[in-house]
Design a protein around this ligand. Structure first.
Ligand SMILES: C[S@@+](CC[C@H](N)C(=O)[O-])C[C@H]1O[C@@H](n2cnc3c(N)ncnc32)[C@H](O)[C@@H]1O
Length: 205
């Protein structure tokens, strides 16, 4: 599966852009530069013996890439049933789940998440799966914060999170929120685009 580079990316999407994207999209987020950045960092970080969760797996691109490059077992999860089907078609073990809710404590060595992070535009809001893939409530951080509230529970003692964030979402706010949940944070990679910088944060306790 190839990551498709979108120009411009989701960072610069207005409501019209979203509508246009929806016009050519189905129900599943196609891999883009954010997916590729997270996959690249994860391929460097993950070991063969790790059990990995790819939360919000979408097409399964990140999970499939990490499995192919590292031989680690990667379980994909997504709220969107169409995404779960598409990920399975790509060879990914995928389950429908809200974030990490169904998983037992200490289940994963590594949790990956390329979250919905755009602040929602109430005027352009649509009740569909692309909205779920792209927007994180009024601040853009609502899904990320819900994730940070629970992800520590499912991490093994030496486990860590690789989280894709954007300057559009407020990186400092995400780092502060993670800190309040007991995580320290280091940025492993950054990539700048005209309208935003994407970073992959490693969160450890
Ligand atoms: C930006 S897309 C990323 C897709 C894929 N990981 C990638 O990098 O190409 C965000 C994904 O998170 C999923 N998602 C949104 N809210 C979720 C939730 N509460 N629980 C699980 N998945 C969720 C969306 O359905 C979407 O597939």
């Amino acid at each position: 599966m190839e990551a498709r580079v979108r120009t411009p990316g989701r960072m610069s999407m207005s409501g019209d852009d979203l509508a246009g994207r929806r016009g050519v999209e189905t129900d599943v987020y196609d891999p883009a530069e954010d997916s590729r950045l997270l996959a690249d960092v994860a391929c460097e970080a993950v070991s063969e013996s790790d059990l990995v969760a790819d939360v919000g797996t979408g097409s399964g691109y990140v999970a499939a890439t990490v499995t192919a490059e590292t031989s680690a077992r990667v379980l994909g999860t997504d709220l969107n049933p169409h995404a779960c089907r598409r990920a399975r078609d790509a060879g990914v073990e995928a389950v429908r789940a809200n974030l990490v809710a169904p998983f037992r404590a200490d289940a994963f060595d590594v949790v990956l998440f390329n979250p919905p992070y755009l602040p929602a535009d109430a005027a352009a809001a649509r009740d569909d799966w692309m909205e779920v893939a792209l927007t994180g409530g009024e601040t853009g951080r609502e899904v990320v914060e819900a994730f940070l509230d629970d992800v520590g529970r499912v991490l093994s003692p030496d486990g860590y999170v690789l989280l894709l964030v954007s300057t559009l979402t407020g990186v400092d706010e995400v780092v502060d929120y993670a800190g309040e949940r007991g995580f320290s944070t280091v940025a492993l990679a950054d990539e700048s685009f005209p309208f935003e910088t994407l970073s992959v944060l490693k969160l450890v306790r």
